[in-house]
Design a protein around this ligand. Structure first.
Ligand SMILES: [Zn+2]
Length: 141
């Protein structure tokens, strides 16, 4: 159910696709304010439109995607270097550590921004039971 306040906000800030705001760390509502106050720390609110970022909870989502799509291939590369090529440890470390830093640390921020912007775009909220409609098997049944 939308309220008149929601309608006013919708008119003032038309929806912006999450990939246009989140990937570049911009506010999901206005697309101009900064989403982050540090490398991975979210700001408390947007300095342009005042949107409170308390709703944002990407949890371990960015880390999951980085581990799945970046860390595992890089570690597989390191194992392949060790087993097939037989490279010395220092060569393996010299190649693998920069790959881990580039492919695992750098994508965290855009992924976190994308997840927060997607949460806002789809109005995703934490699930909760509605006590009026809750069908349970407790003592009242
Ligand atoms: Zn904003």
């Amino acid at each position: 159910m939308s309220t008149s306040s929601d309608a006013r906000v919708d008119a003032e800030f038309p929806p912006i696709k999450p990939q246009h705001t989140g990937l570049v760390g911009k506010c999901p509502r206005c697309g101009r304010g900064r989403l982050f106050s540090g490398f991975l720390s979210l700001a408390e609110h947007c300095e342009i439109c005042g949107l409170d970022f308390d709703f944002a909870d990407p949890a371990d989502g960015p880390a999951f995607f980085v581990i799945t799509f970046a860390c595992i291939p890089v570690v597989a590369f390191a194992v392949w270097m060790e087993v097939s090529v037989g490279a010395p440890y220092w060569v393996n470390a010299l190649l693998t550590l920069p790959l881990l830093l580039v492919f695992c640390v750098l994508p965290l921020r855009p992924l976190k921004g994308l997840m927060v912007a997607t949460q806002y775009y789809h109005s995703a909220r934490e699930g909760a039971l509605d006590p009026a409609n809750h069908v349970g098997t407790g003592p009242g049944r």
